[in-house]
Write a protein that binds this ligand. Structure first.
Ligand SMILES: [Fe+2]
Ligand SMILES: [Fe+2]
Length: 248
């Protein structure tokens, strides 16, 4: 197994691992700037692979921010391992994330950010968009205003291990996977999140699972509104068991 590294925008690197037997790849993103930042760190068990990829791009001890879009182990399982090798690194999470999980889990106190709050990295600036219940209650997305990239976490997820980036229309796959996985518990919350995302000038959707998506993002916003994928009650994924040889 390897970590594939692709530059998906100016100084934005996708680090992707596709473990055998898993329905999706696991991506995380390194933003190379004066304050180097990761969006997602990956599973604890993937630390060596992700760390090895980060080391090819920057000196890992310089990492400054570790953004946690929501508290789930593919987003932040290796948080404490990264904190241990980067003395100035701070976890960054939503207010709810701070209250219910990250403050307790993290070896270092998090920087808690609110909706619309900005974080300068040097050349780039990040803006946070709180998106509760899309798909966890502590969820937030991150927008790189400088290079018009929205880090979408599990929103717009696609299965399989496709090319790192595509301009092809993946709306049908996204909708099908929402129905299979049941990852979005509330259409109302989803639409409220879309209303926050739609005004942003986005060129690139940096998905944590699946290809990074280029081209007009409004086709994806429209697909999620028109297909009402937010209230799937019976999803096959809820009862899916991983094959015994699945590993990372
Ligand atoms: Fe998730
Ligand atoms: Fe995920």
């Amino acid at each position: 197994m390897e970590a594939k590294v692709t530059e998906i925008g100016p100084d934005i690197f996708r680090i992707s691992i596709y473990p055998p037997g898993y329905p999706v790849n696991f991506g995380c993103f390194l933003i190379r700037d004066e304050n180097p930042t990761m969006v997602e760190t990956g599973f604890r068990g993937m630390f060596d692979l992700v760390y090895g990829a980060v080391r090819r791009l920057i000196e890992p001890a310089r990492l400054r921010y570790l953004v946690i879009p929501h508290f789930e182990m593919d987003e932040c399982g290796s948080l404490n391992q990264f904190l241990a090798i980067a003395p100035r690194a701070e976890p960054v999470c939503s207010p709810l994330g701070g209250i219910v999980t990250v403050r307790d889990f993290s070896e270092r106190p998090p920087r808690v950010v609110g909706n619309g709050e900005k974080l300068p990295l040097g050349r780039k600036e990040l803006r946070f968009v709180l998106t509760p219940w899309v798909h966890f209650w502590d969820s937030m997305l991150v927008y790189d205003e400088t290079d018009r990239t929205l880090f979408t976490s599990d929103l717009f997820m696609q299965p399989g291990d496709h090319e790192p980036m595509t301009g092809e229309d993946r709306a049908a796959e996204i909708i099908e996977f929402c129905r299979f996985s049941g990852l979005l518990p509330s259409q109302k919350h989803l639409e409220a999140a879309l209303a926050r995302i739609e005004p942003l000038a986005v060129d690139t959707l940096a998905c944590h699972h699946g290809s990074v998506l280029n081209g007009d993002p409004r086709r994806y916003y429209r697909a999620l509104r028109e297909n009402a994928v937010g209230d799937v009650v019976e999803a096959p994924f809820y009862e899916m068991k991983m094959p015994p040889n699945a590993a990372y």
